[in-house]
Design a protein around this ligand. Structure first.
Ligand code: PGA
Length: 224
């Protein structure tokens, strides 16, 4: 399965989300070709808003086939007195996907492999498909990951997307779980994704910066 995933990080407000949603829906409503690709399951769009806006975005896209909602993280705790945490158990009824092990979480929130392993197992337990991010071939790839995103740190948010050959090389080096999708992330945008797609080896993209602009994200969706 192919995926185009929007990771909005902590870079969007409710007002901006309302505008994003209207603009994206407006463009999609006029594009029967893209609607068909989505309803035929040729690829899926997953939008990962900040937690408080998940339900808003879900309610707006629920009726449209091929568009799903994801969380940007889940807690490494199952449940309990952990102020500020959002657990897989709490998310299970509202999201089907969660980004796990993003390099920003590993770096700024000191997430360890042990934390990531717990998160993956809670996702598994609560039927949330983890979108596991790895920075290189030393990060662990868990067999429960149906979606794996290779995101070299130097390519994230820099405007310098990684060479296609490097992304393909990494695919060979890692033990990709059978049947899982291999995504690339790091300054992916509508001008460069075809370089990856043309190889037939890359199943989609985890997109930060370019996903904040609904017109740009729509342009990416059209290339899928
Ligand atoms: P970027 O972010 O597209 O801004 O490089 C990608 C990511 O962090 O997932």
């Amino acid at each position: 399965m192919k995926y185009l995933i929007a990771n909005w990080k902590a870079q969007i407000t409710l007002a901006e989300i309302i505008e994003w949603t209207e603009t994206f829906k407006d463009q999609l409503s006029q594009d029967t070709k893209l609607q068909k690709k989505l309803s035929d399951n040729e690829f899926k769009i997953i939008i990962a808003p900040p937690y408080p806006y998940i339900l808003y975005v879900k309610n707006h896209f629920e009726q449209l086939p091929g568009i799903e909602i994801g969380a940007q993280n889940v807690s490494a705790y199952k449940e309990g007195k952990y102020t500020g945490e959002v657990t897989a158990k709490a998310l299970k009824d509202i999201t089907s996907y969660a980004i796990i092990g993003h390099s920003e979480r590993r770096e700024y929130f000191h997430e360890s492999e042990e934390d990531i392993e717990k998160k993956i197992s809670f996702c598994d337990q609560y039927n949330i498909a983890p979108i596991l991010c790895i920075r290189n071939d030393t990060d662990t790839v868990y067999p429960e990951s149906p979606i794996l995103a290779f995101e070299p740190v130097e390519a994230i948010g820099t405007g310098e997307n990684a060479d296609v050959s490097y992304v393909l090389e990494m695919k060979k080096k890692i033990q990709l779980p059978e049947g899982s999708s291999y995504l690339y992330g790091g300054s992916a945008d509508s001008t460069n994704i075809n370089d990856y797609l043309d190889t037939g080896e890359i199943d989609g993209f985890l997109v930060g910066t370019a996903s904040l602009d609904p017109r740009e994200f729509y342009a990416m969706a059209r290339e899928m």
